[in-house]
Ligand binder design. Structure first.
Ligand code: COA
Ligand code: AMP
Length: 632
């Protein structure tokens, strides 16, 4: 039996021993009573009885323990032409002061704090300052609209919001403060205070009494010590798309999270403390939480915070410039980023301009990695390219080629095997395991390993209903796929209405709710169509009310704007078309899968249950009017 098999077998046979050993790498204020508390199954709790502080483990421990002068964070921002480095000691002092300012304005253990910020070092400080106080942060991605922020304010009920005056995209500055003000106006819950970081590109207008200037309050504050919390206390809530407009508040605990992430840095990514690690994502996504902020700092690494894009800042050599300039040993991004680079630099000519001698591996996740992109990256970079599969819910990889345990052969199209701790199975609709090679619902046998979600924020019943009820004893990933004879997992498609646009997870159901609100729209459907850059793009179909005489193009323009205003630019919703009717089954279910096949020009069988097959011809004509299928 290979080393990987041995580790995997032990993790599943003896989770208490396995994760108990891993937990020795974390500093505990009080040891746990039980490694895994299953007394309230299917709600499991890791390291019950233990106490710790995640911020202490991420920075103070290194600042005081020999890494004080090592860079903890390098901020590299081509959009503002800035590179700035913070040592562990500097980061600790800045975080302690910010925590002091927050505490002086009423934030304490268990309070929620929303963070609505672009990729600036203060966003990382904000997350760590919450962790320091035992407050629960909820970071909201900058590409979401005010109403998405309002929904999260009403669900999390934050005492305070930390924000920046603006974000900087490639060609424009996006003022965040008007979005924040609009969101607070729309929300029923009101935060007591907002601490606003003024960026010079677009200064914010402050609301007297409520808004505080970041620089002023931080300068006036006393440093705050780390507050000891229970391992099972929430560290953060991260909202992600559910199947409706109401996002799911994924909860992450402190203890299990710290143990799993620290362990993963060596086991999955083969990184040693002191090395320079880069996840090119955004702090608004789970990849940013886990691998820009917490994991590399818990491991004593230097993490890179990159405020830029793979292309256009200024060219498709941007990633190689960062890797070379900062001596990055390993980077993590989404396949979309590589498709964007490849589109602009198919020969990889920019790679040759940089010295990549320290660079060892590329990790890809966030969406299915097409074998073409994987092979291109392997050939051009000449380092191992590792696809790995995870979700906001899991917080770290479910399946990966664990480079720090035993590298396994790469099979393009598969994120390799289940990571130790994850018991991955494939079930049919009746809940029975299917033979190897046969497609079905991918599930993970309970209990999930540490670091994965213990529940949804204030929504235990929704947690059970969304993840546990359909296959008792298992966590439903909502991904479909298969496992081959060598145990490699293949993740093929979602089983729900989630689509993946440029590595961003979006709900077509939420977009349909927006389209349905247009006064001229009687009925609608949104599907994800294949896109060579972003993987998928949303496309809307509108059945207009009888008697609507306005030009279709006007209504399409309005619904596109509505999605941008209510969900945000990140939805990338730009295409919609009017149809006379939607194809449905006789029981009234919209045949979205068949519409998707038509749009992608893929083979399909007319479903036997279809109410009227002639509608498919009408849909094909409408699709043609907006240029689909591509290349037809
Ligand atoms: N704040 C405000 N707006 C934002 C934003 C932010 N933080 N991030 C993106 N947007 C806007 C973009 O400007 C764009 O607006 P537009 O419609 O006016 O052009 C829109 O949201 C869509 O953004 P995106 O889908 O990212 O497209 P893009 O054309 O700007 O960039 C890529 C395309 C491929 C370069 C980009 O998606 C990318 O770098 N992806 C990497 C994937 C990634 O980081 N995934 C995270 C999970 S690992
Ligand atoms: P998110 O919660 O935004 O990380 O999105 C999680 C979803 O992205 C998963 O459920 C998958 O559908 C998809 N996904 C993430 N990584 C991969 C991967 N390596 N291969 C295939 N799909 C992936």
């Amino acid at each position: 039996m290979g080393h990987f098999d041995q580790v995997q077998q032990r993790a599943l046979a003896d989770p208490q021993g396995f994760w108990g050993d891993a937990a020795a790498a974390i500093h505990w204020d009080r040891p746990w009573d039980t490694v895994l508390d299953d007394s309230k199954a299917p709600f499991y709790r890791w390291f019950a009885g233990g106490r710790l502080n995640t911020c202490y483990n991420a920075i103070d421990r290194h600042a005081d323990g020999g890494r004080g002068e090592q860079a903890a964070l390098i901020y590299d921002s081509p959009v503002t032409d800035t590179v700035r480095s913070y040592t562990y000691r500097e980061l600790r002092d800045l975080v302690a002061r910010l925590a002091g300012a927050m505490a002086a304005h009423g934030v304490g253990k268990g309070d929620r704090v929303i963070i609505y910020m672009p990729m600036v070092p203060e966003a990382v400080m904000a997350m760590l300052a919450c962790a320091r106080l035992g407050a629960i942060h909820s970071v909201v991605f900058g590409g979401f609209a005010a109403s998405e922020l309002a929904t999260r304010i009403d669900d999390a009920k934050p005492k305070m919001i930390l924000a920046a005056s603006c974000g900087v995209e490639v060609n424009r500055v996006i003022p965040y403060k008007p979005l924040l003000d609009a969101a607070i106006d729309q929300a029923t819950h009101k935060p007591d205070h907002c601490i606003v970081l003024q960026r010079p590109m677009a200064r914010a207008v402050m609301t007297a009494g409520r808004d505080l200037d970041w620089a002023e309050v931080a300068a006036a504050a006393e440093p705050h010590a780390c507050v000891s919390v229970a391992a099972t206390d929430p560290l953060y809530i991260l909202y992600t798309s559910g199947t409706t407009g109401q996002p799911k508040g994924i909860v992450r605990d402190n203890g299990g999270h710290a143990v799993a992430l620290k362990w993963s840095m060596k086991a999955v990514y083969d990184i040693e403390p002191g090395e320079i690690y880069w996840a090119a994502s955004d702090v608004g996504w789970v990849v940013g939480h886990s691998y820009i902020v917490y994991a590399p700092l818990l491991h004593g690494c230097t993490t890179i915070l990159y405020e830029g894009k793979p292309v256009g800042t200024p060219d498709p050599g941007a990633f190689w410039r960062v890797i070379s300039q900062h001596k990055v040993v390993s980077m993590f991004t989404a396949p979309t980023a590589f498709r964007a680079i490849r589109q602009q630099d198919p020969e990889g000519a920019h790679i040759g301009k940089y010295d990549l001698e320290h660079y060892r591996a590329l990790f890809l996740a966030g969406e299915r990695c097409d074998p073409d992109t994987l092979t291109w990256a392997q050939e051009k970079l000449k380092v191992p390219v590792i696809d790995h599969w995870w979700q906001t819910e899991t917080g770290w990889a479910i399946a990966a080629n664990c480079m720090g345990i035993e590298p396994l052969p790469v099979k393009p199209g598969s994120p390799s095997r289940a990571v130790p701790g994850w018991d991955v199975r494939v079930l049919d609709d009746g809940g029975h395991e299917v033979p190897r090679g046969k497609i079905g619902s991918i599930v993970c046998k309970l209990p999930l390993p540490p670091g994965s979600l213990p529940t949804l924020w204030n929504a235990d019943a929704r947690f059970r209903q969304a993840y546990l009820d359909e296959f008792p004893g298992y966590y439903k990933t909502a991904d479909a796929g298969y496992i081959d004879d060598d145990g490699y997992v293949y993740v093929m498609a979602r089983t729900d209405d989630i689509i993946n646009v440029a590595g961003h997870r979006l709900s077509t159901g939420a977009m349909e709710e927006v389209l349905a609100a247009h006064p001229d729209v009687a009925e609608c459907a949104v599907i994800g169509v294949a896109d060579s850059l972003k993987g998928q793009l949303p496309m809307g179909f509108l059945v207009l009310n009888a008697g609507v005489e306005r030009p279709e193009s006007e209504i399409v323009k309005e619904v596109v704007q509505m999605v941008r205003d209510r969900i945000g630019p990140v939805a990338a919703f730009k295409t919609a078309t009017a149809v006379k009717r939607l194809p449905k089954t006789r029981s009234g279910k919209i045949l979205r899968g068949t519409m998707r096949a038509l749009a992608d020009g893929a083979a399909y069988k007319t479903p036997a249950t279809i109410d009227d097959p002639a509608i498919l011809d009408e849909i094909a004509v409408s699709l043609k009017s907006v240029g689909y299928p591509k290349g037809a």
